[in-house]
Write a protein that binds this ligand. Structure first.
Ligand SMILES: [Zn+2]
Length: 222
């Protein structure tokens, strides 16, 4: 059996900056999972800081819409019933937009507890991203504790891309998993700008033998 290499991205909160990012992703042929906060999304307002529900389906088409909870609380501080509500309400609102089952999640603030992980499973969530960078390309043992390779502002991001592209997947599939927030690119720092993410996308995209997938695409790989 031949093993393969996959690249996936995960960007949080659904700010208006996602528009520019999606255009870049589409140009480079790279796929992303967008973790949205439905409680912050207006029904229809092109001037809102958050992408509206009316715009989301078209904007994120070809990528994936996933949950980030309804109101972005520290989920581990809530009683079980409220954690369930935060996830199920977000799922319902996002499924109405997406038109497909929403089974991915990213932990707000990256924080969680055993209870949160359990409740996610009960809510039908199949994979959930943490903020713990591995700087590696392994496949997570527990998809509900999906540790990314790195944040886009990691100074070693280009070294990791080179290492990933040069590696042979001899022991199993390999995953390069990048995460962040698109509003961060406006900060215009050395490793945190629109120019920087353009260089990252250019470096990792269009490589033979690499599959570019959403988180869902990765977990549904055959
Ligand atoms: Zn967030």
């Amino acid at each position: 059996m031949a093993f393969r290499k996959y690249v996936t991205l995960s960007y949080d909160d659904g700010p208006k900056h996602d528009r520019r990012f999606v255009a870049m992703l589409n140009e480079y042929g790279v796929k992303c999972t967008f973790n949205l906060i439905s409680g912050s999304m207006p029904d229809d307002d092109p001037d809102s800081w958050y992408i509206s529900k009316a715009e989301a389906a078209d904007l994120y088409r070809g990528h994936e819409i996933a949950t980030h909870s309804k109101n972005h609380p520290h989920l581990e501080t809530l009683p079980r019933a409220e954690i369930t509500e935060q996830i199920m309400d977000d799922r319902a609102a996002l499924e109405a937009i997406a038109g497909y089952p929403v089974i991915g999640h990213a932990y707000p603030f990256g924080s969680f507890s055993n209870t949160v992980v359990e409740v996610l499973g009960e809510c039908g969530i199949r994979y959930a991203r943490t903020v713990r960078s591995t700087k590696r390309f392994g496949i997570p043992e527990n998809p509900l504790l999906l540790d990314p390779t790195c944040h886009h502002r990691a100074p070693e991001v280009f070294r990791l891309i080179d290492e990933f592209l040069a590696a042979e997947p001899t022991d199993g599939d390999m995953l390069f998993y990048l995460w962040g927030h698109t509003f961060e690119f406006d900060r215009n720092e050395e490793f945190n700008s629109w120019e920087h993410i353009d260089r990252v996308l250019k470096a990792i995209s269009g490589k033979p033998g690499v599959e570019y997938v959403t988180n869902l695409g990765f977990f549904e790989r055959v």
